[in-house]
Design a protein around this ligand. Structure first.
Ligand SMILES: [Zn+2]
Length: 203
């Protein structure tokens, strides 16, 4: 199943989450990595949001209760849709819709009910509790990460790539980056501009 992740880029979980789908139908091949609940669980593992034990428990839970798995899957898609709309609005300096914010907030408040301070292997830290029997608990870190980023200065650095339409965090000094990756999308755009110039000169 690994090859389907070949174009996964790593960044903030909330951006990776929306990048699990190609939203712009002009981009070919049009793809959605969340084919079904199982694919989605493996995607969360691939991004290290959950561990192998969690994968086994979630997939076992899905086999035992397919209806609950479908419901969890639908909830995950609902949050992803809302997140995408909010993040693209912010990237384009627009106001996100109240409906999308309401969806995010309901997921966020659900997440916070399960976040606790506890002793971890690295000292005191945050943990997620009461995951047992929940087939969509991996949304908690996503909703949390989205809320934290949106309310921080980093929100000003959320961008949508001019080439592939993926969401990315602009970490450049001047904050004017237009492509997720200069080596791929940036070069493609330069090559395209060059092609257009040559075409214009020759016509
Ligand atoms: Zn790109």
């Amino acid at each position: 199943m690994n090859d389907i992740y070949s174009f996964v880029k790593y960044g903030d979980p909330c951006l990776d989450f929306v990048n699990s789908k190609v939203w712009n139908t002009r981009v070919q091949p049009f793809a959605d990595l969340f084919v079904d609940y199982e694919h989605m669980v493996h995607w969360f593992r691939h991004l290290s949001i959950i561990d192998n034990d969690a994968v086994n428990r979630l997939l076992e839970g899905a086999i035992n209760n397919p209806q609950a798995a479908q419901k969890a899957f639908d909830r995950i898609l609902k949050l992803r849709d809302a997140n995408y709309h909010i993040l693209t609005a912010i990237a384009h300096q627009e106001v996100p819709s109240p409906q999308d914010l309401e969806i995010l907030n309901s997921f966020y408040s659900d997440a916070m009910k399960h976040r606790q301070v506890a002793m971890t292997t690295e000292g005191m830290g945050w943990i997620w509790v009461d995951k047992v029997d929940k087939l969509d608990w991996m949304l908690w870190p996503i909703a949390y990460s989205t809320a934290v980023i949106l309310t921080s200065e980093r929100a000003l650095r959320i961008r949508e790539c001019n080439g592939c339409y993926w969401m990315f965090m602009d970490t450049s000094r001047n904050g004017l980056r237009r492509w997720c990756d200069m080596k791929t999308c940036g070069n493609r755009a330069k090559a395209h501009r060059h092609y257009e110039r040559v075409k214009a000169t020759n016509s």
